[in-house]
Design a protein around this ligand. Structure first.
Ligand SMILES: Cc1cc2nc3c(=O)[nH]c(=O)nc-3n(C[C@H](O)[C@H](O)[C@H](O)COP(=O)(O)O)c2cc1C
Length: 178
């Protein structure tokens, strides 16, 4: 299967990057093809809601790094969304990419795809991650994709926290049993 990992963090060696790496490792061990798109290091404009993509049929008005992502999205059987929690939600870098799915709705909605959510945050409360999880579930329900697993690594504010937590093993296991 084709597995696409979409990350939001600007930290290449941060907590969520570590979880993403373990998930990728598991998926590769199980024989899947893994590709990555690191939103924080890409040039992706926020959606303007101009609806030109609907009216003109020429795709999005922005010809930016979404043009690299769109073929990967189309080919992916599994899409993993990976983000640190910023103010009780996924971070803006990843959200900006998701909003740009809008121009691809016809191709993405109802496609036979599965999704995964990997989150990291500093606090220990369920409340810290609930918003991101509800939003993820709403999005994949709308797109008619199937949820394959959510890992919310709480009390993981820095790399050392996540390395010494059970979450990396869970992420690897999730990758292995896709
Ligand atoms: C702008 C900003 C907002 C944050 N908001 C929250 C928050 O609402 N709840 C929380 O538990 N941690 C919050 N954090 C902490 C990060 O989620 C946490 O440090 C995470 O492990 C960073 O992931 P990364 O290393 O992959 O970038 C915030 C961090 C930043 C920079």
């Amino acid at each position: 299967m084709n597995v696409l990992i979409l990350t939001g963090s600007p930290h290449k060696n941060g907590t969520s990057a570590y979880l993403a790496e373990q998930f990728a490792r598991g998926a590769e061990e199980a024989g899947h093809q893994v590709s990555r798109f690191e939103a924080a290091f890409k040039n992706v404009h926020p959606c303007l809601g101009c609806d030109a993509c609907k009216k003109k049929g020429e795709g999005c008005v922005f010809k930016d790094d979404m043009e690299q992502l769109n073929p990967l999205l189309a080919a992916a059987d599994v899409i993993a969304f990976v983000s640190p929690i910023y103010y009780y939600g996924i971070n803006a870098q990843l959200k900006m990419v998701i909003d740009r799915f809008y121009a691809q709705n016809d191709r993405l909605k109802g496609a036979d795809k599965r999704a995964v959510l990997l989150l990291t945050c500093e606090d220990e409360t369920d409340e810290s991650v609930e918003g991101a999880i509800v939003s993820y579930r709403g999005m994949i329900s709308y797109l008619e994709w199937k949820d394959t697993g959510v890992i919310a690594a709480k009390a993981c504010g820095v790399l050392d926290d996540v390395v010494h937590s059970p979450y990396p093993a869970e992420a690897r296991e999730l990758g292995m049993r896709l």
